[in-house]
Design a protein around this ligand. Sequence first.
Ligand code: FO1
Length: 322
Amino acid sequence: MSDAFQPKVLALAGGVGGAKLCVGLSKVLGADELQIVVNTGDDFWHLGLAISPDVDSVLYALAGLNDAERGWGRAGETWNFMAALEKLGAPTWFKLGDLDLATHVWRTERLLQADTLSDVTAELARRLGVARRVAPMSDDAAATMVDTDEGRLTFQDYFVARQCRPRLLRLHFEEASIAEPANALVEALHSPELQAIVLCPSNPFVSIAPILALAGVRSVLEQRRAPLVAVSPIVGGQAIKGPAAKMMAELGAEVSPLGIVRHYGTLLDGLVIDTQDARLQRDIEATGCKVQVCDTIMRNEADKTALAQATLDFAATLRPRR
Ligand code: FO1
């Protein structure tokens, strides 16, 4: 692994919240310092196309092409493809904008030519002008399945088609558990330069958990030499965006940063929590996890950069507890 990429920081990310912190990290770290690894448990084939929603959310955000309001897809999108599909009576529950469609068509074409998702993602990043290393968590299928009170559902059926309405009973990462972690993830985990592993403020249950479920990843993390810090996606008893709070409650977890700490357990050396949750600092630290209190709501570029810097500064004060 002599020519392996040796980042200083490994960021594990899912959709919107993760993408925002990745933008901040990309402002404070050089291209040779940061490896971003993205959840692919949400990936699926739809209308013959390979869709990688979280990978695209991170790429579009880093390229400045994302629709910040909607939280997924591209800004300035048009919907002619969807309108034409509707006329044909084809399924339209999953919205693919005209600009976004090009990404899916090109990814599909490349995968069908036997390129890996890692290679296609790196190429997309380059073409979109993203000067940061972004990799999918795995090149293997690793679909998350969801047990609900309406039966077992695929992730996007649960998340988009049914808008997370069914009661969540359990998540399954069986495919992830036998999937090989992507080379970029393995190299980063073994990087001699590694100074911090950052769990972005993505949904811990459906965005970060699939990455941790990959074959061998948890055991490498348990032996980590660099501190592992998370940024809480729960602020003031609510998810900053998305259904994380509803999922947490249905899974029987306390909807607070303390619930996040209990979920990650001894993997966490530190948790960044919002000033709104400052009163929880003592209870969290009683579990052995250190706490950094700061503003974590990322409304603009300055907020993203400040949170990224605060997270890295905090990590620099920590040692892995094992
Ligand atoms: N989310 C929705 O709620 N509705 C959609 O129609 C939808 C379409 C879509 C298309 C491309 C893409 O990359 C993402 C899309 N998402 C949509 C978001 C996505 O399904 C979820 O936000 C993630 O999987 C969770 O991180």
